[in-house]
Design a protein around this ligand. Structure first.
Ligand SMILES: [Zn+2]
Length: 166
């Protein structure tokens, strides 16, 4: 009797972890040759951002993250609407190797702040979306450097969207 209960319990645990594992990866999209070892630390940082979001705003919204090598040049990432009208965060796969710490410490919160504002209807292309509201959001999400005057990213997101075919 005890043994079979144990087995049932183990079955439930395995089933639950399979589902969790699936959810965990299904929120990310990446090309075939992407090194999946980047995913756990990325996921951990995202969880931190989501906890900050809950604490600061009282809710959490998770955005799909697409890691792609189709982003040209030195752009680390950007957030935009995809064809279906969902807000998606894109990260540049080609800078992962040399700039992974930077992506974790700066880029993810930076883009999450853009994504959150876009999803709440704050669409302001002036200054590349780096408004005072964006800056406060970025800091609230735990971004270490939320400078408004950056030359590195998503000002050109409309053009990028075309390149990506999204
Ligand atoms: Zn930006």
């Amino acid at each position: 009797m005890k043994k079979s209960l144990e087995r049932i319990f183990l079955g439930i645990v395995l089933f639950a972890s399979a589902i969790l594992g699936y959810n965990y990866y299904s929120e990310y999209r990446f090309e075939e040759n992407f090194d999946k070892r980047y995913l756990p630390p990325l996921h951990k940082k995202e969880q931190e951002i989501l906890r900050n979001m809950q604490r600061s705003f009282g809710y959490t919204v998770r955005f799909p993250i697409v890691i792609t090598e189709k982003i040209p040049g030195r752009i680390y990432g950007f957030a935009t609407f995809n064809k279906k009208g969902h807000v998606v965060i894109y990260l540049n796969k080609r800078v992962f190797k040399e700039s992974f710490d930077y992506i974790l410490d700066d880029v993810l919160a930076h883009e999450y702040a853009h994504a959150l504002l876009l999803s709440r209807g704050y669409i302001n292309d002036a200054e590349g979306g780096h408004t005072p509201l964006w800056q406060r959001t970025c800091k609230a999400l735990g971004g270490l450097h939320c400078e408004r005057y950056v030359d590195r990213d998503d000002v050109v997101s409309r053009k990028l969207r075309k390149i990506l075919g999204e």
